[in-house]
Design a protein around this ligand. Structure first.
Ligand SMILES: Nc1ncnc2c1ncn2[C@@H]1O[C@H](COP(=O)(O)OP(=O)(O)OP(=O)(O)O)[C@@H](O)[C@H]1O
Length: 238
């Protein structure tokens, strides 16, 4: 498994946010982490990105246990946070160069990787534009391109489509699906919107800190829509 979560539990004081959650995602898969508000998605992301230390259970990224080999695990991890983290006064390319430098990539190697990443996200012609002037979808694409610069094996995206219109959302989800196929990167995409998930995707359904389902979307939903299945399982409509 490219990403493996085993028996993961986490509490904020007396409040349990995750309870013995286990799942794995194979290399090159697009996995949607689906759950209503309060399901525990953000907590899981905070644990996977080491913002919080694990209390119980374990997380392994590209075969590296986060507690045993944190640096190796983080080197194989790309993250796109919910809130934008671009420097709005820098151009797209400058934002990416800065990030590349933080990862020890500079000069021509950096430029080459930046070109490839921007091209992959359909952002090549905007390389010289200031981040401030980009629309929401283009800002997101820039952040995804940036998260790919160090060639991570696993990419985490925390509700990356929040605030985007339907057309932009569709474009972005398509780009990420293509990315999985073309590069073999493993994606964990947190969302509460079922229309971002395709039948071939893996669905990991969380509710109130517990894993309710884990399987191929088409198999889980059967003849119902994913939205109906989601409502059936959680008692919450989207
Ligand atoms: N700092 C905190 N202190 C106490 N409880 C918290 C804290 N952060 C989250 N929680 C609780 O933990 C549970 C899981 O929250 P979490 O934010 O991980 O869910 P989520 O699925 O990301 O929801 P959302 O989509 O609203 O971000 C919720 O019951 C939430 O109220």
């Amino acid at each position: 498994m490219s990403l493996q979560v085993t028996d993961l539990s986490f509490s904020y004081g007396a409040k349990t946010a995750l309870e013995r959650v286990s799942f794995g995602v194979e290399r090159g898969r697009f996995a949607a982490l689906l759950g209503p508000n309060g399901a525990g998605k953000s907590t899981l992301f905070s644990l996977m990105t080491r913002l919080f230390g694990t209390q119980g259970g374990s997380i392994s990224i590209a075969g590296h246990d986060l507690r045993v080999a944190p640096l190796a695990a983080m080197a194989d991890l790309g993250v796109v946070f919910q809130q934008t983290t671009l420097d709005l006064d820098l151009t797209v390319q400058q934002n990416l160069r800065y990030f590349a430098a933080l990862h020890g990539i500079s000069g021509r190697a950096a430029d080459r990787r930046i070109d490839v990443a921007l091209d992959r996200l359909g952002m090549a012609e905007r390389a010289g534009e200031k981040a401030r002037g980009l629309n929401g979808g283009h800002k997101r694409r820039t952040e995804i391109a940036r998260a790919l610069l160090h060639e991570p094996k696993v990419l985490l995206l925390d509700e990356p489509t929040v605030g985007l219109d339907a057309v932009t959302r569709t474009g972005l989800t398509r780009h990420i699906h293509d990315l999985c196929l073309e590069t073999g990167v493993t994606v964990l995409w947190a969302t509460h919107l079922t229309d971002e998930v395709s039948d071939a995707d893996q669905v990991i359904l969380l509710h109130r800190g517990r894993l309710l389902a884990d399987g191929r979307c088409g198999d889980l939903r059967g003849s119902a829509s994913l939205s109906e299945y989601f409502a059936q399982m959680t008692g919450v409509s989207e």
